[in-house]
Design a protein around this ligand. Structure first.
Ligand code: FES
Length: 158
């Protein structure tokens, strides 16, 4: 018997949630949100399992996953760096932060470093435009960030 991957083990709560939503309209999005909440992303194994539990073709699930950018199909890094791509942040130099972070980490937006330590994610306005440009790492928000501050910020997480 093969060893189950961690990503494939649904908690009792998640299974109960899926059972509850099974017959309801719009259930797929709700279920996928809940899966992502539990694992931080939606693995192939999770998608397979959802397909089985909702009795839906896998292609339908991947259709939804690729349509909504909110869903992640790659496991995020230990520290997920979110860069705000909203208008206020853009106008205050957010694009320079994107350039610098992709340089420093050697990955593109949406990528994960080889050691799995960092991932880089572009997000919409995070609601603190007064602090633009903004990045957040694991929920910790950094405002009025300059590109020169980025190496120092990142080193805190190394
Ligand atoms: S645009 Fe970045 S916080 Fe609003």
């Amino acid at each position: 018997m093969s060893i189950m991957k961690e990503e494939n083990i649904f908690s009792k709560e998640l299974i109960a949630f899926i059972e509850e939503w099974k017959e309801k309209p719009g259930n797929l999005i709700m279920v996928l949100h809940r899966v992502q909440e539990e694992f931080g992303f939606i693995s192939r194994e999770s998608a397979d399992k959802v397909a089985l539990m909702l009795d839906m073709p896998l292609a339908t699930i991947y259709g939804v996953l690729s349509f909504y950018h909110f869903f992640k199909m790659v496991k995020p890094g230990e520290h997920n760096i979110q860069i705000c791509l909203g208008t206020a942040c853009y106008l205050k130099g957010g694009d320079a932060l994107v350039d610098e972070l992709t340089n420093l980490l050697g990955i593109e937006l949406g990528g994960v470093t080889e050691d799995g330590k960092f991932s880089l994610e572009g997000v919409r306005c995070v609601g603190c435009c007064g602090l633009a440009p903004v990045i957040s790492i694991g929920g910790e928000v950094f405002g009025k960030v300059t590109k020169d501050q980025l190496p120092g910020i990142i080193s805190k997480y190394n």
